[in-house]
Design a protein around this ligand. Structure first.
Ligand SMILES: C[S@@+](CC[C@H](N)C(=O)[O-])C[C@H]1O[C@@H](n2cnc3c(N)ncnc32)[C@H](O)[C@@H]1O
Length: 204
């Protein structure tokens, strides 16, 4: 496997850094990105669609699974000022950037942890988990992340998944339905779709 793919644990390509300035959910952010991480030149359109449609309560515990340079988790932390956000990625460079970006945007209620899938948050549960899956890591990895999510959601928790239609996100939504009670397509645009599911049905 080439060592500078975004899903590599330790990218070896020399980091070319840049700073993106973006406004999302009405918040202006500065984001440092670098080669060897996902979508370093701009916030990915699928990521934007996810951010624009995710619901985060102000006291909720949120997991940004496969956080890259941290844009989803940073917005979640701003939406949940009394909550706690955890960002996880297997890629050490991504986690280092996510930590820098949390500091750069004055985020106090979030932490970024390096590791494979749920290993860094073993035994913990969250009210919301969001995943823009690492398609290039292969279906086995992506399916495992979807399946494991249900073990880390609070009973009424929500799992969000975004993906590209032409990269098979509809099939991933079918995989979600094997694990979760309700799977709904909540947004679609620019060739991407966002799905939301709950671990259990909401009480009547
Ligand atoms: C499609 S990118 C999404 C990044 C970021 N959430 C965004 O939307 O910009 C998927 C991320 O998952 C990470 N990843 C791949 N395999 C992983 C694993 N087994 N555990 C945790 N993260 C993983 C990659 O390093 C990459 O940063």
């Amino acid at each position: 496997m080439p060592s500078n793919h975004y899903f590599t644990e330790r990218p070896t390509s020399r980091g070319k850094r840049q700073t993106l300035t973006v406004t999302l959910r009405g918040r202006k952010l500065r984001l440092i990105t670098e080669s060897g991480v996902f979508s370093r030149a701009r916030v990915d359109p699928g990521t934007r669609l996810l951010i624009n449609h995710m619901e985060v309560g102000e006291e909720e515990r949120f997991l940004d699974l496969g956080c890259g340079y941290g844009v989803v988790g940073i917005i979640a932390a701003l939406l949940a000022p009394k909550g706690k956000v955890t960002l996880v990625d297997i890629n050490e460079r991504a986690v280092a950037l996510a930590r820098e970006n949390l500091a750069l945007n004055n985020i106090q209620n979030a932490e970024a942890l390096q590791g494979d899938g749920f290993a860094p948050v073993a035994g913990r549960t969250f009210d919301v988990i969001a995943l823009n899956p690492p398609i290039r890591s292969g279906l086995r990895v992506v399916h495992h992340l979807i399946e494991e999510s249900s073990n880390h959601l609070s009973p009424q928790g929500c799992f969000y998944l975004v993906g590209r239609t032409r990269q098979g996100v509809i099939r991933l939504a079918q995989k979600m339905s094997q694990t979760f009670e309700h799977v709904q397509e909540i947004a679609k645009g620019g060739g991407y779709r966002v799905y939301r599911s709950r671990r259990e049905a909401s009480p009547p």
